[in-house]
Structure formats: structure tokens, C-alpha cells
Design a protein around this ligand. Structure first.
Ligand code: 173
Length: 322
């Protein structure tokens, strides 16, 4: 009798094991290149919460956190490439060593919704597949410009004699304006300014106060330039392992996340007001100077991309420009 009972239990257990993979929840490990709770992790944190709330039984994201806490921001692209993590929230500027072309996203004059229609997303995704072993799930940052922030005053576009903190986003442009550039992770910016190692830095309009940098920043130079690119990447092997419904669900969540880009214009206004209130003064370049500044930003940006990658760069220029 006992034996029959245990056989029945065993059969039951085997039947459970034989359920199709589709019916099981998958857990995906995730990191962000940006500090927890700051401007460029916040939308991703909301995305994770939404996936976990609505994806019960299908997809769960185990979020390990962001910034330098888990790994250097410049390592996040490689971590998703090798499968150390399944999902990453990072910017293409942090993985130019694998995919210099993706940094062109900062030069786009089209929204991600337009790029999904004109083949731009498809080409970028192909490049991510081939060179980073990643699926380009979602793009954030549309409508958020970058700015130059300074501790010293300037009265025109020349940065000669100034040392400026950069990433690949700003390097070619600030060098073209005559600056000496120093690359650092965001986590080193405060100390570099405090110690006078740099006279300024590049950063978007959003997030300065989240990082406490208003304490060591005197000026923001207007106008802003380029367009922030922060992407959600999925390791390609992980992506291929997902079931149809899991992939469809994540695509739907990605569409939601990309929809939140529409909030950026209003957030930018709030952030500029917060900066002013915190004592950051605005240095506004005049008509002709502003024109020169913006033209040189675009020209230096494209020249850099085309030098690193003539063929894909040219194709991207067509797809991303108006
Ligand atoms: O300045 C940076 O570290 C940088 O390149 C970046 C890119 C996107 C969003 C925020 C910062």
C-alpha cells in the first residue's frame, strides 16, 4: 500500500516536471549603470516593479542595484554580453569598446517610436546582437539634452585651458572646443571637482541634484546639446531562451517604458528650476555663438562615429537624422 502511494506521488512529481517551460516563471538578473534612485535609474526601477507586478508566473526581474555598487558602470555592457547579468540599464557611451556605433544614438533627431518604424531600431538591434550579444529591448532619454557644467566662467564656446570630465558622449566635442579631457565614471565626478582636478563636466539636464553635484558646480552652459541614450539590454542567449509569451510581455513593458520618454520635457523644466534654486547660474551662449556651439557638437559627434565605423556610421546617420 505504502509503495503504491509513493509511486503515485512519484508519478505526480514527474508530471509536474514535464510541464512545458512556458508555464514557468523565469528570473532575470539585472543591474543598472546608474546609482539607485537617481534620474537614469528611476525609469528602469519603475519598469522592474511593473514587470514584477504584472508578470507574475511569467517573468521576474531580480534587480541587484545600480551605480558602482555592483560593478563599474563601464563593465555593465560586458556583463550583459557574457551573461553575468541577463538585463542591464546602461548607456551606449559606457560600452563603446564593443560597439562604438551605438553612441550615435546621442545624435538622433528621431524618437525611438520613429526609429522603430523607419528601420533604425532594427539596425541598432542587429549591431547589438552581433557585437554585444545583446537584444536592444528599450530606449530611454529622448528629449533630454546634455550640458556643460563649470566651476569657472566662460564667455564664448572656447574651452581652451580648461580640464573637463567626459565620457565618450562629450569627448570629441569638448576636445574640438579646446578642452583637455579626463574620462571618469559618474561616481568620481564630485571628488574630481572638489579637488580641482577638473573645471567642469558633461552631464544631462536631469540628475545633477540627485548626485549632490550642485555643491561643487557654479555654472551650467546653455543651450544643451545631443540627446540622452539609456537602453535596456537583454543578454541575447537569455532572450532566445524565453518563450513567445515571455518575449511578448517584455516587449509590451518596453513599449510602456519608451512611452514615458514623453514626460521628459516637463521633468527638464523642473530640473532646471531646481538647479537655479540650488545656486547653479546659467551661462547662455548668444545667437551666433549658440549656433556655432551646436553645429560643432553635431559635426564632432558624427566625425567621431564615422571614424570608428565608416560603414555602419554612414547608415546610422541616414536612419537617425531628419
Ligand atoms: O556623463 C555620463 O556619464 C554619461 O555619459 C551619461 C550618459 C547618459 C546618461 C547620463 C550620463
Amino acid at each position: 500500500m505504502k509503495r503504491i502511494l509513493s509511486n503515485i506521488l512519484l508519478a505526480g512529481a514527474l508530471a509536474l516536471l514535464a510541464l512545458p517551460a512556458r508555464a514557468q516563471e523565469i528570473t532575470l538578473k539585472a543591474v543598472s549603470a546608474f546609482n539607485d534612485g537617481t534620474a537614469f535609474s528611476r525609469p528602469f526601477e519603475r519598469f522592474v516593479n511593473k514587470v514584477n507586478a504584472e508578470g507574475k508566473g511569467l517573468v521576474h526581474i531580480r534587480y541587484l542595484g545600480g551605480g558602482g555598487k555592483v560593478m563599474s558602470p563601464f563593465e555593465v555592457g560586458n556583463a550583459v554580453r557574457t551573461g553575468v547579468v541577463d538585463v542591464a540599464n546602461t548607456t551606449s557611451a559606457f560600452y563603446t569598446n564593443f560597439l562604438p556605433e551605438a553612441d550615435a544614438l546621442k545624435l538622433t533627431q528621431r524618437t525611438i517610436q520613429e526609429l522603430r518604424k523607419n528601420g533604425g531600431w532594427e539596425f541598432l538591434n542587429q549591431l547589438h546582437n552581433q557585437k554585444l550579444n545583446a537584444y536592444y529591448l528599450a530606449h530611454q532619454g529622448d528629449g533630454i539634452p546634455f550640458h556643460l557644467y563649470l566651476t569657472k566662467k566662460i564667455d564664448g564656446p572656447s574651452l581652451t585651458g580648461l580640464k573637463i570630465r567626459v565620457t565618450p558622449v562629450y569627448r570629441a566635442f569638448f576636445q574640438d572646443l579646446g578642452a583637455t579631457v579626463v574620462q571618469t565614471a559618474p561616481g568620481e565626478v564630485y571628488t574630481a571637482l572638489e579637488r580641482g582636478i577638473v573645471d567642469g563636466y558633461g552631464w544631462p539636464i536631469q540628475g545633477v541634484l540627485d548626485l549632490g553635484w550642485q555643491e561643487v558646480t557654479k555654472y551650467r552652459v546653455d543651450p544643451g546639446f545631443y540627446n540622452v541614450d539609456v537602453g535596456v539590454l537583454v543578454n541575447l542567449d537569455t532572450w532566445k531562451k524565453l518563450s513567445g509569451p515571455q518575449r511578448e510581455f517584455l516587449q509590451k513593458m518596453a513599449e510602456w517604458l519608451e512611452g514615458t520618454n514623453a514626460d521628459n520635457a516637463a521633468i527638464n523644466v523642473e530640473e532646471a528650476a531646481k538647479q537655479a534654486k540650488a545656486g547653479i547660474q546659467t551661462l547662455t551662449l548668444s545667437g551666433a555663438q549658440a549656433k556655432e556651439y551646436l553645429e560643432r557638437a553635431q559635426a564632432a559627434g558624427w566625425a567621431d562615429i564615422l571614424k570608428a565605423s565608416p560603414e555602419s556610421g554612414a547608415k546610422l546617420k541616414t536612419l537617425l537624422s531628419r
